[in-house]
Ligand binder design. Structure first.
Ligand code: NAD
Length: 491
């Protein structure tokens, strides 16, 4: 941990070089666990964004025109470089973002996997052909990169999410200007350095640190941008969609979730409770796919609640460098206040508190289980993004599915049962971007289509699905013979 006096000042990374922001200003980045100053980040604004976008536009044609094997080679080198610099990322993930050591190790390993998965996709920018209505004509469909992609990333998995939002656009031949969360700017600069050293050419990736209302909205509004890839809250996603609309640019939005975990009557109670605890409390619930709404069939409701609350109470929280720790602090005071407000509102509305409901110390909030919170309250309807799970009873499978679907969000879900027919019935009827059977709702995979229904966003990312989102299709047709043209404009 850096002491307050020796906290380093970090640069922007623009056009292959490190330098201060045009404003000459910095902002402080504090460790969520201790409150200590970790570093000072450069306060980027519209001027820095403009330089980065200009560089990305200049770098676009050479990067897009590399043979797929060229981009593949660079992205594979990026994966190796992330692994080589693992210790540095580990410290930053713990200090800057409040990750446990276990989550940080997993995130670094996953980041390397993401670059390898993206490297594979760089070779698979497949086009198409189709039969033309006119016999002497040929039609083909070419797949082309979009151009310059603006990436705006969140704090909760600051390395892996930014890496994913950079790696797949680069694989498709785009160039990127990224604006990371103001909570985790240093990790982003460290990643930019690492990728540049691994061979990502100058201008192909720039990172401008700063705030959403400054560098973020400047990026959204920037003239030279062709697409925006955003992961973050629904409120910000909506604002970005509004701001981006006049320029009609491609949007991929991965937003919030209020994810259901169905526990059906045939489950092994202890195993179900163990899975639910992992789904609800991993990284203190600061995960878009956290299992925050647990819907339990009547027959096992009481024993499930007892086992779930007992396991929640037993979680070790707090010390980030201890491998036994389940999770650490919330990211900032505002996040803690939101958690407290949701819990207080639920209790005032008649919820029973089966576990937690208190601050452990600093920004660390105890694993909290609310039983039967009001269905119109924030704890049930809104994303809490903290270690709070609500448990409600359902009469049967139909009832459980309809409770799950009574949400404006639709990111992911889990279904716990050993009955394949009931599991698949639920999976087909739940309105969410992913449904995991025998698992909780928080699952990642480099090749899976990640994204949501409703307020959880637009588009999918991962593997070939990212390539679909990050390329344009172009129909090219060719007249091979001498088919006469009807003058006067026949169809
Ligand atoms: P946030 O929306 O507060 O911030 C995300 C990013 O948007 C930050 O970089 C921020 O600076 C920027 N931003 C804020 N206002 C902006 C504006 N007006 N214009 C442009 N940029 C702006 O989200 P957060 O608190 O960092 O992250 C938590 C949220 O992210 C949760 O809602 C979580 O569910 C969501 N999330 C979703 C996924 C997914 O895959 N669906 C994954 C991780 C996190």
């Amino acid at each position: 941990m850096s002491g307050a006096t020796e906290a380093p000042t970090w640069p922007l990374f623009v056009d292959g070089a490190e330098h201060g922001a045009a404003s000459g200003e910095t902002f402080d980045v504090f460790a969520p666990e201790s409150g200590a100053l970790v570093g000072r980040a450069a306060l980027g604004d519209a001027r820095d964004i403009s330089r980065a976008v200009t560089a990305a536009r200049r770098a676009f044609a050479p990067w897009a025109n590399l043979p797929p094997g060229g981009r593949e080679r660079v992205l594979l080198a990026c994966a190796d470089a992330v692994e080589r610099r693992g210790d540095r990322f580990l410290d930053l993930l713990i200090d800057e973002s409040g990750s446990t050591i276990t989550k940080a190790r997993g995130e670094i390993a996953y980041t390397a996997q993401l670059f390898r998965a993206a490297a594979g996709e760089a070779r698979r920018l497949y086009g198409d052909t189709f039969p033309n209505d006119v016999a002497t004509r040929m039609s083909m469909v070419l797949r082309e990169p979009l151009g310059v992609v603006g990436v705006i990333s969140p704090f909760n998995a600051p390395l892996a999410l930014l890496a994913k939002m950079v790696a797949f656009p680069l694989a498709a031949g785009n160039t990127v200007v990224a604006k990371p969360s103001e909570e985790t700017p240093l990790i982003a600069i460290e990643l930019a350095r690492t990728l540049f050293e691994a061979g990502v050419p100058r201008g192909v990736l720039s990172v401008v640190t700063g705030f959403g209302a400054g560098a973020g909205s400047a990026l959204t509004a920037s003239h030279g941008l062709d697409a925006i890839v955003f992961t973050g809250s629904t409120a910000t996603g909506v604002q970005i969609a509004i701001d981006a609309a006049p320029r009609m640019r491609r949007l991929q939005l991965e937003l919030g979730g209020k994810n259901a975990l169905l526990v059906l009557a045939d489950v092994d109670i202890e195993r179900a409770a163990q899975i639910a605890v992992a789904g609800a409390f991993a990284h203190g619930g600061q995960i878009c796919m956290a299992s925050s709404r647990i819907i339990v069939e009547d027959a096992v409701f009481a024993p499930f609640v007892a086992a779930f609350a007992r396991r929640a109470d037993a979680l070790v929280v707090g010390n980030l460098r201890d491998e036994a720790t389940a999770y650490g602090p919330l990211i900032h005071e505002g996040a803690l206040r939101k958690v407290q407000a949701h819990v207080a509102g639920a209790i005032a509305g008649g919820a029973r508190l089966a576990a937690g409901g208190r601050v452990v110390r600093g920004l660390i909030y105890a694993p909290t289980v609310l039983v039967e919170p009001p269905r119109d309250g924030d704890a049930w309807r809104e994303e809490t993004f903290g270690p709070v799970a609500s448990v409600v009873a359902a009469r049967n499978l139909d009832d459980a599915v309809s409770i799950a679907n009574d949400s404006a969000y639709g990111l992911s879900a889990g279904v716990l049962t050993n009955d394949v027919a009931r599991a698949l019935t639920a999976a087909r009827r739940i309105r969410a971007g992913s449904v995991h059977i025998g698992m909780h709702s928080f699952q990642s995979n480099t090749l899976a289509p990640i994204g949501g229904f409703g307020l959880s966003g637009i588009g999918r990312s991962g593997g070939k699905y990212s390539i679909d989102e990050l390329t344009e299709l172009k129909w090219v047709s060719l007249e091979l013979g001498t088919t006469p043209f009807a003058e006067g404009g026949a169809l």
